[in-house]
Design a protein around this ligand. Sequence first.
Ligand SMILES: Cc1ncc(COP(=O)(O)O)c(C=O)c1O
Length: 366
Amino acid sequence: MIDAIKRCEEALAKLLGRQYCILTGRGATALWMAYSLADETRPKILLPAMVCISPMFTILNAGRIPVFADVLENDATLDPKIVEKMLKNDAKIGAVLAVHLYGHPAAMEELALICAKYDVLLIEDLAQALGGIDAKKSLLGRIGNLSIVSFGHTKILDVGGGGAILTDDEQLALRIQELSQQLPDTSPHSDNLTLIYRKLFYPMWECGQIDSSFYQLFDLFPDLFHDLYCYKITKEQALRIEAALGHLKNEIAYRRSLGDVYLEELSSERTISFFQLTGLGAPWRFTFRVDASKRNDVLEGIREQGLDASKWYPCITDWTPSGRAQKIENFPVAQKLEQEVVNLWVSRDYSIPKVKKVVQTIKEIL
Ligand SMILES: Cc1ncc(COP(=O)(O)O)c(C=O)c1O
């Protein structure tokens, strides 16, 4: 009888229209695998300047070097022109990580052409965009040489953890299978590590915001928290993921309906601007921009009401030695967006009245 993990891998491959799918303990493990498959003699991995930190930490865990490209102002995803320039000037870049940040679709077709031209692996990060669509109305996740998915905390299908890596390339799939067999189980220290991570992360981030030289403290993270990033899937996780896949369409529709309410209610606010997406991508959260001078008041005001808001994601180039060597002046868009972004919740614990309460709070502050 076919086991739960295999069955779930087949269901996810079918859903995203890919040939091969291998489940992993979390999305970060899938990224670690993807980086490990890139040409070792070209050890640099290019990623967006503005992103969640685990894609960057796992580059270091895979023994590679993160190098950053600035993002586009209209959607906060990789700027293909900058990617092309960097690939042209640096033969040591072996892979590009395109992230559909906030569920916004990255320019995958353009990036695929550029990566093919320079014979570089294109990795597509769907962690925040599962079930999202591109301009051709196809599901995101079909273009990267390798595409990765997450079923972890805050994701569109959050089943408490789990990840996957997908490809159409048989050789890559065989190598992924080999790597997958070497993965350990979850570390017995992972609860303690998670606790320590949470205690350190936010104060260190705050210190870095006061004086950016303190971002150097994060140089210790990839090693210290190594065991949190790479481990194998369990049968129980696979069963939860398989069940959740059946709810993906409903989940997207629910989130989109709340996103539409935020958009309509906030569109008259002059200090707010929206990313230009016209219904594309996936509604991971409702993300907008507000004048930097007002952003922290907005966040605090919403939280004071017992409601949720976040300022993810920072420009993380100063958080690692290779990024610091690139100089912060190379990332004007990521630096600007990190001061302006606000994310509002569209998950099942939110309803239209709760969304309207958030909107009301924002309007009062502005
Ligand atoms: C863009 C992005 N990629 C990858 C990951 C890693 O996923 P996971 O938490 O399942 O390891 C995350 C998680 O927060 C993410 O936001």
